[in-house]
Each structure stands twice: as C-alpha cells, then as structure tokens.
Design a protein around this ligand. Structure first.
Ligand SMILES: C[S@@+](CC[C@H](N)C(=O)[O-])C[C@H]1O[C@@H](n2cnc3c(N)ncnc32)[C@H](O)[C@@H]1O
Length: 304
C-alpha cells in the first residue's frame, strides 16, 4: 500500500481563501534579506498543497527563481497547477506527486528546501527533515514554517473571554488529548514547531535562525477589510458544518487515541458546539472581536 493510501487525506477545509492572508509581505521581505535569498535559484516546497507557501515566497525571490512543489495527494498537485495558471504565473512553478519521506530528486539538487505546516502531519518529522536536507545543496538553506497549534486554545475572543476557568481548562485539555492522539496514530504532532530548532541543531545545520510570524488574524466590527470578511465567513462556514479543528469523527478518533473516553468526548464536543453557537450569534450580530494571534515559527539553517 502506498503512503498516500495509508494516511488520512488532508482536509479541504484548510485550503480556503483565508490562506492567501497568512503572511505580512514586508515581514517576509525582511526575512528574505536575513536569509540572503538573492543567492537562491531553485526552490523545493515539500507538502505544497495548493502551493500557497511557495507562491508567497516566490514574490520575495528573484524573478528568475523556479519553484518546484511536491505533495502526496494528486488532487492538490492538480489544484496547485490550476492556481498558478489562473494567477498567470505558471512559468515559475512546477508541481508533482511524491512523499516527503522519499523525495524523487537527486542528492544536492536545490538551493532552498522548504515546507509550511507539513511537519505537523508526518509521523517522523526528523526523518523528513533529513530527506529534505539530502536534496539540498551544500551552502543551501532549509526553511520550515511550522506552528504550535495548542497555543491557540488559550487565545480569547469577546465570547470566550468570559468563560469559566474550568471551561477554558477543559478546552485546552480537549485539544491537547486530541493532539497527542493524532501523534500516537502516526499522523503528526500539531505543535511540533517548538522542537524544530533542536532538530536543526541535531542535524548539524549552521547559522540556525528562529523567528515568529508577525501576522495576527484579528476580527473586529464592522469586519470591513476583504481579509476580515473572508475570515469571518470561514468561521461561519466551519460552524455551519460543525467543523472544529477537525470534523467530529476525526476529532473523536484523535481523542480516543489520546486516551480519552467516548463519554468524555461527548461532554467536550457539546461544549464546542455551544461555543460555536455563541460565536455564530456574535459573528452575525457584530459583537465578535479578537486580536487572534498564532504561534507560527520560521526556522532556518544552512547545510554544511
Ligand atoms: C496543511 S497542508 C499545507 C499545504 C501548504 N504547505 C501550505 O502551507 O499551503 C499539508 C500538506 O502536506 C501534504 N502532506 C502531508 N503529508 C505528506 C507527506 N508525507 N508527503 C508529502 N505531502 C504530504 C498534504 O497532502 C497537504 O497538502
């Protein structure tokens, strides 16, 4: 059986329009200077999905730079091709199928190898990093953008700010048990970002740099900007579909694998649905607001 068939397919809910607003471009331009990206000619974007990350990076790279994207799911590879065609940027990008643990490229092929929110989905992130390093040229740069997603369970909005301490702690515990369960099932740890500098050090990378995205996903009435309208609509759509971080079945699967019981799951899930109801009402009547940060690390290092 191929890796693609063994693994659960990646949820389409994450690939909405909101992903176009993940980065502040001037911040990435600054990082491009710190990473000396003017030296780069070829880039590999691993676990590219629809290509958002590689396409964003391409904007801060010299215009002759070619970006190759690879993903284990054919539907995203085809989607990425369609996206760059629609954006009239197809000549700079090529997309193909393949798995991160066994990249279909010769050793030392690329000047830059990168990924965004891939390592949170893989069973052995260190092995994938080693494979990414294999295809990187000596002197080339490895850059990964990966989060600590659990931190988001302690962010507040105008609805959750007033919840009881018990309810807030319940929510953190629920998400932590699910994250642990997902990792135990071999589907990756959603908060792996915290460990990446250590992995880079253990792999012998030089000049390791660690940054945090400076982007916040704020929402406040009257939700005027295009970005806020898209984010507000995404929240409303997810609530309508009863989609939390995952759908109900997937959440239950992770929760049980993390050591939770079915009975506990029902209690926690009811709390999520109630929170969704409160949020939906506030998003519609204009009383929902949040500063809404995230912990998304950018870790880079140079191959010796
Ligand atoms: C959260 S998405 C991120 C997509 C893209 N990097 C972005 O930031 O927009 C994770 C992507 O990694 C892909 N993926 C997960 N495990 C993979 C693996 N072992 N090899 C290749 N791709 C993988 C999924 O199919 C999905 O498209």
């Amino acid at each position: 059986m191929t890796e693609q068939k063994q693994q659960k397919l990646h949820s389409a809910e994450y690939f909405g329009e909101q992903r176009d607003f993940w980065w502040n471009r001037d911040f990435l331009t600054l990082l491009g200077q710190r990473w000396e990206l003017e030296k780069v000619n070829t880039v590999l974007d691993v676990g590219c999905g629809l290509g958002h990350w590689g396409q964003t990076l391409a904007d801060i790279l010299p215009r002759w730079v070619k970006v190759t994207g690879i993903d284990r799911e054919d539907r995203w590879v085809e989607g990425a091709r369609s996206r760059v065609q629609a954006l009239k940027k197809a000549e700079r990008f090529s997309y193909q199928s393949g798995v991160a643990s066994s990249l279909p490229f010769e050793d030392t092929t690329f000047d830059m190898v990168t990924c965004q929110t891939l390592l949170i989905h893989v069973q052995e992130p260190l092995a994938v990093l080693k494979e990414m390093l294999r295809v990187l040229k000596p002197g080339g740069i490895l850059v990964v953008a990966e989060p600590n997603n659990l931190a988001s369970s302690l962010l507040f909005n105008s609805v959750t700010f007033e919840y009881s301490i018990e309810r807030i702690c319940d929510r953190v515990r629920f998400q932590l048990v699910c994250e642990r369960g997902k990792a135990a099932l071999g589907e990756g740890n959603n908060s792996i970002g915290d460990l990446l500098p250590g992995y880079f050090a253990s792999l012998g990378l030089n000049n390791i740099q660690v940054y945090l995205s400076d982007k916040a996903f704020s929402l406040f009435p009257p939700y005027e900007s295009k970005e806020q309208q898209i984010l507000r609509q995404q929240y409303l759509d997810w609530i309508k579909e009863n989609f939390w971080i995952w759908n109900r079945d997937e959440t239950q699967r992770f929760f049980l694998a993390g050591g939770g019981t079915k009975q506990e799951f029902e209690t926690y899930w009811q709390q999520i649905l109630l929170e969704n109801q409160d949020s939906q009402k506030a998003l519609v009547d204009g009383s929902f607001d949040t500063a809404n940060s995230s912990i998304l690390y950018l870790v880079s290092g140079i191959k010796v």
